[in-house]
Every structure is written in C-alpha cells, then in structure tokens.
Design a protein. Structure first.
Length: 185
C-alpha cells in the first residue's frame, strides 16, 4: 500500500468501518479539488456540483474496493475524470450545454482598465480554448496544469500509459498555443 499516506490510510480504514465523521472529513478535504476538476471540464457550476456529489456517493459505496495502490486523491480524480468524460459524451448533456454558465473570473483590484480588459480577454480566450479541446486532451490539461497532478498520478487516475499522458498533454498544449497565438508576445 505504498501510495497511501498515513492520514489517507487512517481515513480509508475509518470509512470502511462506516464512521460518519470520516465521510464528512473526506468531503471537507477533497470537495474543492473534485468540484474544480468538474467545473473546468464541464464549464457549468450546477453540473459540477451535481457531479461532485456523484463522486462522493460512488466513493461511499465503493470504499471497500479501494485497494490503496494509489493515493486516495488519485482515486477520487479517477472517479471524477471518468464521470466528467461520460457526461461530456452523453447526448443529453450536449443539448443542455447551450445554457451553461461561464467560468468564474478572478478579480484583480489594482490593474488599469486596459490591463484588466486585456487580462479578461486572455482569460476568456484561454477558457474557450480549453473547452474546445477534445475531452481526452482537456482532462490531462485540467489535471496537470490546473490541478497540479504529476504525470504518474494522471496516468493512474485515467488508467493510461505514462507516454500517452505526456503525448496528450503535449498535443493539448500545442493546440492551446495555436488557439492563443494572438495573445502571445
């Protein structure tokens, strides 16, 4: 059980015993990361909240199946990633996508209006460019560049070879570079 930290191992053991407080601690510890992946993949706050709830329900039902080969967080990312990819490929989600919310923007209190406009345009273009990536490329960008997972963690979460992760990430970054060329110096 090399991939688990002491805290994770203890939490998993408590979850397996059905301790209600353990599940609450799991949600508190990981809800923002799971929600962040879902939001970046789906682009809709409501969809991301629903999907995050589904992730934790699945964890609750399947905790006995967690082998501990990877970190608990990697297992959560794997579940979230699969659910996101399934939702993105479902026809009904694509139909509902027309009404999706835009990703929230970070406010900067001390930029000039011109700088703020340029930053806002770049941020909007980046979010659009990420959203336009194929699902298989988008998920590796989200997990690596936005969530900070290692290549190994992404490979484990998505059940891919390390070379496949590197290749998809490289292609995704090249796609983003092409899409954002006008913003680059």
């Amino acid at each position: 059980m090399e991939g688990r930290t002491g805290d994770d191992a203890s939490l998993v053991d408590r979850l397996r015993r059905g301790e209600p407080r353990a599940f609450e601690e799991l949600v508190i510890a990981y809800q923002h990361r799971v929600f962040g992946v879902a939001l970046r993949m789906l682009g809709s706050r409501a969809e991301a909240e629903e999907l995050a709830q589904e992730v934790f329900l699945r964890v609750h039902r399947a905790i006995a199946e967690f082998r501990g080969d990877a970190k608990l967080s990697t297992w959560l990312y794997a579940i979230a990633s699969r659910l996101c990819l399934n939702r993105l490929t479902s026809g009904e989600w694509r139909m509902a996508r027309a009404g999706e919310e835009t990703l929230t923007r970070l406010a900067s209190g001390h930029a000039s209006p011109a700088d703020e406009l340029e930053r806002s345009e770049l941020e909007a273009a980046l979010h659009r460019a990420i959203a336009e990536l194929s699902e298989e490329r988008r998920i590796v960008v989200v997990l690596r560049d936005l969530e900070g997972l290692s290549y190994e963690e992404i490979a484990a979460a998505l059940e891919l070879e390390l070379g496949t992760v590197r290749s998809r990430l490289h292609r995704a970054r090249m796609d983003l570079k092409d899409k954002l060329e006008r913003f680059l110096p």
